[in-house]
Ligand binder design. Structure first.
Ligand code: FES
Length: 70
């Protein structure tokens, strides 16, 4: 699904950016351009970012419990 139509950014693009280290909307904006044009995608992008980060955290806690609190 497209999150940012202006810059053709999908949920997968955000997931890939998180996997590469993005942890904030500002970092997504810098790397992918999310929210840098009309800005209508910012709330949706923030939600996808949070969901993705939580998914990473739960995956990490299951696989590497010593890193879950990090
Ligand atoms: S839809 Fe993302 S900046 Fe316009």
């Amino acid at each position: 699904m497209f999150v940012c139509v202006c810059n053709a950014v999908t949920e997968k693009d955000i997931g890939d950016a998180v996997a590469e280290g993005c942890r904030s909307l500002q970092e997504l904006r810098k790397q992918l351009g999310v929210g840098a044009c009309c800005g209508r995608c910012s709330d949706c992008a923030r939600g996808v970012l949070q969901d993705t980060l939580q998914g990473h955290a739960s995956h990490r806690s299951a696989a590497m419990p010593h890193l879950a609190a990090a």
